[in-house]
Design a protein around this ligand. Structure first.
Ligand code: EPS
Length: 372
């Protein structure tokens, strides 16, 4: 499967095309629109989020509530559409403004920010919601929560094998943090950042459950599942680091403390999951665990130093309406990108033009694997 999005932050609409989804999958528009809504929530977002009420308008590929096997295309309207776009000459440090303007030979940064803007991720969540629907047919689910904002760490419910029940509650928090003490401190920190005209970033943890053994391959560098996941998560605007399992801590420990010992009782299993469900670029049947860190939003109300592109003189960066924190939103985008990447690997390995065929292929393999 593959997807493409188009659309600008203040253009008429966003569009998405998702190809390769098998026929006969029931599509629940309420689920899809709720996914779009989940991305728009989160304390610390800009007024733009009160204005936009994202809804998916299906153009093709779905008939009578079921996928047809044809490419699925859809639109999401921009209520923030602007007929006239003011030129912007003072690039923001941390944004794609300056590099984009130089690269595309622009005299100002407007056309760059229109596409570099994370508004585009609404379409990715549209794609992800369809991929999640496919994965659900195979009992695969994806969860996420925010585990750190501005240096305040959620002490509770960081992933450990088997503890994911708490994580399912993340949507109840306005910052998608399960630890209520950390949540309180984070909300305070957002308020203080806002007062100072500053912004914040943070860390997201993602967990995919009921993953079969054998997605991805060590056979070639570009078939490794961890590499594909890293690329898809890193492609989310603002993400500067991606970690699989306890990768960061693991590098500071002895091998004996890191590697997940292998046991057998009717089937193979592990008691720990430091590997985050992937060894040698292949899923090992454990939950896939990914963490990613987003930098603070680059648009500051107290702007940083920059250079005016017309005069080349020192100048403060452009101030635009913006978010103080978008990590809770990015967590939904990250779920979507992980859902897409796993769905892509599932289709690559098991194939099928209809969901009936996919399920036959898939569960036949699962039966074979569980009797090993
Ligand atoms: C964004 C700036 C803000 C955000 C936007 C991303 O938009 P505006 O400049 O219109 O206020 O609200 O995010 C979205 C619109 C969205 O749907 O997530 C940016 O510069 O990246």
């Amino acid at each position: 499967i593959r997807f493409l999005t188009a659309g600008e932050s203040h253009g008429k609409e966003l569009v998405g095309i998702l190809e390769g989804i098998p026929a006969n999958i029931d599509i629940d528009m309420d689920f899809i629109n709720n996914e779009l809504k989940r991305r728009q929530k989160g304390y610390g977002r800009s007024e733009r989020m009160d204005m936009e009420k994202d809804e998916m308008d299906i153009i093709s590929g779905i008939n009578n509530g079921k996928t047809t096997g044809n490419p699925i295309s859809f639109k999401i309207k921009n209520k923030g559409y602007l007929e006239v776009l003011e030129k912007i000459y003072r690039p923001r440090p941390g944004h794609g403004d300056l590099s984009g303007a130089i690269k595309y030979h622009q005299d100002n940064v407007r056309n760059v920010l229109e596409r570099a803007s994370a508004r585009e991720t609404a379409a990715r969540v549209g794609v992800g919601s369809i991929c999640k629907t496919l994965l659900k047919k195979l009992n695969i689910d994806i969860y996420s929560h925010v585990i750190q904002v501005g240096g305040i760490v959620s002490e509770k419910s960081i992933y450990e094998k088997g503890n994911i029940e708490d994580i399912k509650e993340a949507d109840k928090s306005i910052v998608r943090v399960v630890d209520s003490l950390a949540e309180e401190k984070i909300v305070e920190k957002i308020k203080s950042a806002k007062k100072k005209g500053d912004t914040l970033g943070g860390t997201i943890e993602l967990i995919a459950v009921n993953i079969p053994v054998g997605l991805g391959s060590y056979a070639s560098w570009d078939s490794r599942l961890d590499g594909k996941i890293a690329q898809s998560i890193m492609s989310i605007p603002g993400i500067k680091a991606v970690e699989i399992g306890n990768g960061l801590e693991g590098g500071k420990s002895y091998g004996s403390q890191v590697h997940d010992e292998i046991y057998y009782e009717e089937k193979y299993f592990r008691k720990t999951n430091n590997a985050g469900g992937i060894e040698a670029g292949v899923s090992n049947g454990e939950d896939i665990v990914v963490r990613c860190t987003m930098k603070p939003i680059p648009t500051l109300r107290q702007p940083l130093n920059s250079v005016d592109m017309t005069t080349k003189l020192v100048s403060l960066a452009q101030v635009e309406r913006s978010d103080v924190l978008a990590v809770p939103s990015a967590s939904i985008v990250a779920e979507s990108m992980l859902a897409y990447t796993i769905a892509q690997e599932i289709m690559r390995k098991f194939g099928g033009d209809s969901i009936e065929e996919l399920k036959r292929n898939y569960f036949n393999y699962i039966d074979g694997v569980s009797s090993r």
